[in-house]
Design a binder for this molecule. Structure first.
Ligand SMILES: [Mg+2]
Length: 420
């Protein structure tokens, strides 16, 4: 049976996540900055329309940001990861075969579907909007590459209203003409240069290119891209059990934290929990991001900062994670800031049995594994528990004061659901 693929992609994902929870930002130009408030990594539709570039250092754009009263935000990866999870969960109710391609994109397998595809695209859009508040665009085609093309055009055209089906479409030639060759999925900057040198400047020209030359110049992957543009699918949906992409533990503090020690203890508690979750999934992490922030809605003294640690060998050892996390917190801490939230994100997850070893590993891995299993075993018993000294011994001051209330997952900004 001929295959049908859909690519669902969130529009202006980071900026839209911010707008969902802050109505005053809706319909306004906003930009989101990268770690340490360096570069512009996301723009709302209105900010795009002002001609603000992607990846531009914030200080270079200062004039235009000021002139148009653009709202400038630090990135809140904990929020984006959470919203991404919600979008993917929503999509999984619409198809049994789903491949999460990036934080804001997924491929869906629509092969054999009897429903009208255009209508189904709108069903997807409506459900994601209703359940998460986010707008998505849906592109449909006979291959992943064509689904990508359709998605780009769905975003560009007002008439498409967010959904474009190019499956066996009489408009396919015209659609491919509107896509520059460098926009084709898998054609990098260098590839585009070489193609343009041959006069191949659009996706249509690439589709009609001489396959022998493509093979010689770009190898089998180049050939696959051309076949994909010819409606022959070469890349199947990869829906392997959704091995977790990351583990996030983050909380708001019941009262602002201004001292280093309680901030360290809070982060230690989050790291400990994240490491437990990691081991529950029998995984180890290659990267760890620690972030701290003040109240993001206060007008004065706003501060957000994060640091990412790369481990030479993926680890799930709480002690090892804690040691590096505490170094981070000391560097991220600023005297005089009223910290309102902190968290940890573990990424680059790998199967704990398939960790690439180190030739000279300072840690005895077998011993560390046994220790972690022993601790997890004890903490799984209802009558016993042990904890890391870094978490502190007293009732932490940062914990929410309403200890008995369950979390206001959907109504309270500071108590969003904790997700992995
Ligand atoms: Mg997107």
């Amino acid at each position: 049976m001929k295959k049908v693929f859909a690519l669902v992609d969130c529009n202006n994902f980071y900026a839209s996540c911010e707008q969902v929870f802050a109505p005053r930002l809706r319909g306004r130009p906003i930009v989101v900055l990268s770690n340490n408030d360096g570069c512009i990594v996301a723009r709302s539709k209105q900010a795009r329309a002002l001609g603000i570039g992607m990846g531009v250092p914030a200080f270079e754009a200062e004039d235009i940001l000021k002139k148009h009263h653009v709202e400038v935000l630090s990135s809140n990866y904990a929020l984006y990861a959470d919203m991404s999870g919600r979008v993917m969960e929503t999509l999984s109710t619409l198809t049994p075969r789903l491949e999460i391609y990036s934080i804001d994109e997924a491929f869906l397998d629509l092969t054999g579907m009897t429903e009208d595809r255009q209508d189904y695209g709108h069903t997807i859009r409506d459900r994601v909007r209703k359940w998460t508040g986010l707008e998505v665009s849906v592109g449909i085609g006979r291959s992943k590459t064509l689904a990508k093309v359709a998605n780009k055009l769905a975003k560009r055209s007002d008439k498409a209203d967010g959904v474009l089906d190019l499956t066996d479409s009489p408009w396919l030639d015209r659609a491919l003409e509107q896509i520059a060759v460098e926009e084709v999925w898998g054609i990098g900057h260098a590839g585009a240069k070489a193609l343009q040198g041959r006069g191949i400047t659009t996706a249509r020209a690439l589709r009609d290119a001489d396959i022998a030359w493509i093979r010689k110049r770009f190898g089998v992957n180049g050939v696959r891209t051309v076949y994909e543009l010819r409606q022959m699918d070469c890349y199947p949906i990869d829906d392997n059990p959704p091995a977790k992409q990351g583990v996030t533990v983050s909380r708001s503090f019941g009262q602002a934290v201004e001292q280093l020690e309680p901030l360290c203890q809070a982060v230690a508690a989050f790291v400990t929990r994240a490491a437990e979750k990691l081991r529950e999934g029998r995984q180890a992490a290659q990267h760890m991001t620690i972030f701290v922030m003040t109240n993001r809605f206060s007008r004065v003294g706003r501060y957000f900062n994060s640091e990412t640690i790369h481990f030479p060998r993926a680890t799930g050892d709480t002690g090892e994670l804690l040691g590096r996390a505490m170094e981070c917190v000391r560097r991220l801490f600023r005297q005089g800031c009223r910290f309102k939230r902190a968290g940890v994100i573990l990424q680059g997850l790998v199967d704990e049995n398939k960790v690439q070893g180190l030739l000279f590993d300072p840690v005895d891995r077998a011993r560390s594994g046994r220790l972690m299993r022993a601790i997890d075993g004890i903490n799984n018993r209802p009558d016993l528990s042990i904890r890391w000294a870094a978490q502190g011994l007293e009732q932490p001051s940062w914990q929410s004061r309403c200890c008995r209330r369950s979390k206001r997952y959907t109504t309270c900004w500071s108590e969003l659901l904790e997700v992995s």
